[in-house]
Design a protein around this ligand. Structure first.
Ligand SMILES: *Cc1c(COP(=O)(O)O)cnc(C)c1O
Length: 408
């Protein structure tokens, strides 16, 4: 969690509707990193990160979709990944560190976002470890076809084996001596902050059309990183009335709101699989932010939980009524607003992935094929390149060491 709370002045919020996404993000980023990163450089990092838009799109009266899927891999994690890559590059240059090697274990989406965020970034090499045969075809294309400074490592095992290899690598003294290693998950603030940018922008765009009063923001949540950034923006003074965390059938947070007890469980597989989390890693942050007090948490965030049947019915209903195609994650967000929005409020939900990323599911529900955006088609045409790997650490270690000698 960032150490300080950076309140932005009231005047900023009064006029925010006249500012562009880039200008807003520069202001917020300066509040955070102004002391550590030179102004011009920070501006460059921000502008490069936000080379794609996060628009608010009207779905129906009083309900808007904040589309976070216009980045390279069509899911919201792109925004944070790019910013992290650029910021890391900046610090590497400052410290003259030579090549830094980023290791990331993925069950699908994190790997593609991190790989695309770091693609072509000088001074950084990324190794994406993924379980063979256990990620979707589209996801696999998004990190195995890139080349350049991205190496995909196909592990003969499950996700936990990939994670274990990464952890062992960080603890291995020979590797530490031979190369600079870092994890894509360890630089929390850098990944987390850009997720706050788009909440500021959402508020601004709603102010621009005179709809910012009594604004409710609903976030489809799994690990609760995304919503934590929104709650943090609110703490920085962003005038959002309240938040809703929409869950799929993994209802640990929802139950907590009902009972005051946090009881993690093994995750259940659902149609909204990026939210299949049984012990949300950012719950502790939310809890801390509100002084570990149940009543305070409830005053800021309400919850909702939906089954796969609800998700299917919602995708169908929203398309029939509004001709707007939701993905299974966004469907939870939209449905929660429909169920919980009160008189006089305007709702914005995060649409966290493009429906084409879940094409089989969405096509089956709507009975018509979702169009695949060109960016996604381009990935699918690329040639898969990956390094086959056993799940034994000795093999992985030897591979990393041989990479180093071939690079030198
Ligand atoms: C990661 C992800 C989520 C959940 O975000 P958290 O920050 O883990 O709560 C929701 N939707 C999609 C499409 C995702 O990839």
């Amino acid at each position: 969690m960032p150490e300080k709370l950076y309140k932005l002045p009231a005047a900023f919020y009064e006029h925010i509707g006249k500012m562009s996404f880039q200008e807003i993000a520069e202001t917020v980023a300066t509040a955070f990193f102004g002391e550590d990163v030179k102004e011009d450089d920070l501006k460059k990092i921000v502008d490069d990160t936000l080379s794609f838009d996060c628009p608010t799109v009207k779905v129906e009266d009083n309900i808007y979709s904040l589309e976070l899927f216009h980045g390279p891999t069509l899911a919201f994690k792109d925004v944070g990944a790019r910013f992290m890559a650029r910021l890391l590059q900046y610090f590497i240059k400052q410290e003259n560190k030579g090549t830094v090697n980023v290791l990331v274990a993925t069950s699908g989406d994190t790997g593609s976002a991190v790989a695309n965020g770091f693609l072509g970034v000088e001074g950084i090499h990324v190794y994406v470890l993924y379980p063979k045969g256990k990620v979707s075809k589209i996801q696999e294309c998004q990190f195995t076809t890139l080349g350049q400074n991205i190496t995909a490592v196909e592990v003969d095992g499950v996700f936990d084996d990939c994670q274990a290899l990464v952890k062992s690598a960080f603890m291995d003294s020979d590797l530490q001596k031979a190369m600079t290693l870092t994890s894509a998950n360890s630089i929390n603030v850098a990944r987390f902050l850009p997720q706050a940018f788009y909440y500021f922008n959402a508020y601004a765009r709603m102010q621009e059309i005179g709809k910012a009063d009594n604004l409710v923001i609903c976030v489809p949540s799994g690990n609760f990183g995304n919503i934590t950034a929104g709650l943090f923006a609110q703490q920085m003074g962003l005038p959002v009335k309240r938040f809703i965390a929409a869950n799929n059938a993994n209802d640990i947070f929802y139950k907590y709101l009902q009972t005051g007890k946090y009881e993690p469980k093994p995750s259940i597989q659902t149609l909204a699989n990026a939210m299949d989390v049984g012990d949300p890693s950012n719950f502790a942050r939310v809890y801390d932010m509100y002084d570990k007090d149940w009543e305070t948490v409830k005053a800021h965030v309400s919850g909702a939980t939906y089954s796969d049947d609800d998700i299917r019915a919602t995708i169908k209903q929203c398309y029939d009524d509004n001709k707007y195609i939701l993905d299974p994650h966004g469907a939870c967000g939209y449905k929660a607003l429909k169920d919980l929005l009160q008189e006089g409020e305007t709702g914005v939900f995060c649409e966290t992935a493009h429906p084409a990323k879940f094409k089989d599911t969405v096509d089956a529900i709507l009975g018509t094929p979702v169009e695949i955006p060109e960016r996604l088609q381009a990935f699918m045409k690329g040639t898969k390149q990956s390094v086959p790997m056993s799940k034994e650490f000795a093999d992985f270690k030897q591979f990393l060491l041989s990479e180093r000698s071939s690079a030198n």
